[in-house]
Design a protein around this ligand. Sequence first.
Ligand SMILES: Cc1cc2nc3c(=O)[nH]c(=O)nc-3n(C[C@H](O)[C@H](O)[C@H](O)COP(=O)(O)OP(=O)(O)OC[C@H]3O[C@@H](n4cnc5c(N)ncnc54)[C@H](O)[C@@H]3O)c2cc1C
Length: 364
Amino acid sequence: MQVLVVGAGVIGLAVARTAALAGHDVTVAETTGGIANGVSSRNSEVIHGGLYYPTNSLRARHCVRGRRRLYEFCAAHGVRYRKCGKLVVATNAAELAKVETILAQAQENGVEGLEMVGGNAARAMEAELFCIGALWSPETGIIDSHDYMRALWGELEDNGGMIAFETPVERMSYKAPQWQVRFGGSDPGVIAFDAVVNSAGLGAQALARRIEGYPADRVPRLVLGKGNYFGFAGRPVFSRLIYPTPIDGGLGVHVTLDLAGRMRFGPDVEWINEENYAVDPHRADSFYARIRSYWPGLPDGSLVPDYAGIRPKLTGPGEAPADFMIAGPPAHGLPRLVNLFGIESPGLTASLSLADEVVNYLAA
Ligand SMILES: Cc1cc2nc3c(=O)[nH]c(=O)nc-3n(C[C@H](O)[C@H](O)[C@H](O)COP(=O)(O)OP(=O)(O)OC[C@H]3O[C@@H](n4cnc5c(N)ncnc54)[C@H](O)[C@@H]3O)c2cc1C
């Protein structure tokens, strides 16, 4: 089939590579001039274990399976990663009870190697840490996500696929037996495809509304959950990822590491109405308070505004977190069309597993 994938983020690239490996003739259309210019360039680069997500949810299933696939892919393709492990820490009895429920959920999800450790054992692992107990997840890691996305792009091209940059998809309609897709950009026109995957990240809902005949009530709302990061101006003190107990809308201001061992903190959750990526330095005040609950030694003046990313959420403050939404033909009645909505964390981790499911839908 001639397959069009909209968006060259980690999801579009993974889908495109998998479709090309399955023998399809794949084109990726991307609005910007390069890969990974959207949500995929502004995240924590953590390979998540799959601890938190409800049993049988898409997030649980694709995170656990995607993680295993991602480690194999990194090893086979020379993508840099480190399985550094993560501690989810409890600083009081109420948090400890919550961490124990996370352990039970994670075991339900099939996450390997989990262990509850006491405060002293946690401090033996990370000397600067304060906690009364923690959940140790040895399968969690970090990845050079740009390396990963370049490797996906390479495999796509090796299998005959290509990316058209500065080529926004404007609208499309199904005229049996093909999709007629209108492109904008400097060389606008209409091209026919057999199948289309909308993996446009923050643009997925806007594009779905421009698909002729797509049921309007099947386009979920888009809620922007901005996550701000602060860098640490000092010598790193942790060598593992440290997460507090989760908060409403996110996993809490955690310690993330890059492959050079540098430490940064974030993301928090800031509900916004329009895309903007500025980090307000005043947000540092709440970061100090939250980080000091598990790292009392955090020095004054050591946090510097770094970057922000935006989660394409489907639900807002006070509402239950939504699952990924993979809207294939059974969801909307149109043939060989898959819309991906709400692909926030752990989308990077889940990408290879999600790609398999999406490519299976295309044949339907
Ligand atoms: C703060 C934050 C932290 C995160 N941390 C992690 C983490 O540690 N681990 C993890 O597993 N996941 C994490 N995630 C989730 C992960 O980053 C996302 O799930 C993933 O990057 C989504 O990729 P995507 O391809 O769907 O979107 P994007 O990367 O945004 O790609 C979509 C692309 O579509 C293009 N586009 C849009 N509209 C059109 C159009 N009409 N025509 C053509 N192109 C179009 C855009 O330009 C963009 O390049 C995090 C997310 C955030 C926001």
